[in-house]
Design a protein around this ligand. Structure first.
Ligand SMILES: O=C(O)CCC(=O)C(=O)O
Length: 253
């Protein structure tokens, strides 16, 4: 496994999580979702039957606080896997979250990016990408470009008018990869996975969202793990996305 992620930048492990583990997150989503609006449904084209975007965005903003997400993030299963993949002391980053990707909603898809560009963390920080509904060409998923974690941060450019100081928190809509080459893009691999599978990738790996063209909402969770025993992390002043940004972080080794 360690060799595979070192070479490709990602691995998929089938049946990694039990039904109980995945259901613990879905149950939390259902409790909070139904409190926000009693027309909530985890299954279907829209979390709310009335398509109310305020309710959906209120729910979206709470998902990153669900205890079940942190229970799984701090489980031996996840931390041991991180260790097996080379992480000396896995720490849970504040940027863990969940996504709601509704059918044919293009607005919130992420174009090619490296998580390290926004979330920072240690050089070999990992994202555990966890489908709570099946992910594939129809429901949408992530596409990755194998091996791109080996090139450090790709050239990037600011695309918003946010002024940048050391404390500025950068989002996807603020910075993008510059001149993404079509040759690189041709090497993309779509991740096909079922509920219970986990996809782990380096935050340095180039990846993007793909559209959901089904009639069911896609629900996924993202756990972010950084290595607290990485010397270069301290040499760079302990960069994390919520306290600094890429313009003040040097990932060159
Ligand atoms: O799930 C997606 O569509 C993209 C998620 C992603 O790029 C990330 O969490 O880093």
């Amino acid at each position: 496994m360690k060799q595979q992620i070192a070479k490709n930048g990602f691995i998929k492990i089938a049946n990694f999580f039990s039904n109980d583990e995945i259901n613990s997150m879905i149950n939390d989503i259902q409790i909070v979702g139904s409190f926000i609006g009693d027309d909530f449904s985890f299954i279907g084209p829209d979390p709310y039957k009335d398509n109310n975007t305020i309710k959906q965005s209120q729910l979206y903003d709470q998902l990153k606080y669900l205890p079940s997400l942190y229970k799984i993030a701090s489980s031996d299963k996840v931390l041991n896997l991180a260790r097996e993949l080379g992480c000396g002391f896995p720490a849970i980053m504040k940027s863990c979250n969940m996504r709601i990707d509704k059918p044919n909603n293009m607005k919130h898809l992420f174009d090619w990016h490296q998580d390290s560009l926004y979330l920072l963390g240690s050089y070999y920080a990992l994202t555990f990408w966890i489908p709570m509904t099946p992910v594939n060409a129809n429901n949408g998923s992530v596409e990755v470009i194998p091996g791109t974690h080996l090139s450090g941060i790709y050239p990037y450019e600011k695309i918003s008018d946010k002024s940048i100081d050391k404390m500025t928190y950068l989002l996807q809509r603020d910075v993008k990869i510059k001149d993404m080459s079509s040759e690189l893009e041709e090497q993309k691999v779509l991740i096909d996975a079922n509920v219970g599978d986990v996809i782990v990738f380096y935050q340095m790996l180039l990846h993007r969202s793909t559209p959901n063209i089904s009639n069911q909402t896609r629900w996924t969770a993202q756990i972010r793990i950084s290595d607290l025993l990485d010397k270069s992390y301290y040499e760079q002043g302990c960069p994390m996305g919520e306290v600094t940004n890429i313009y003040y972080t040097d990932y060159k080794k």
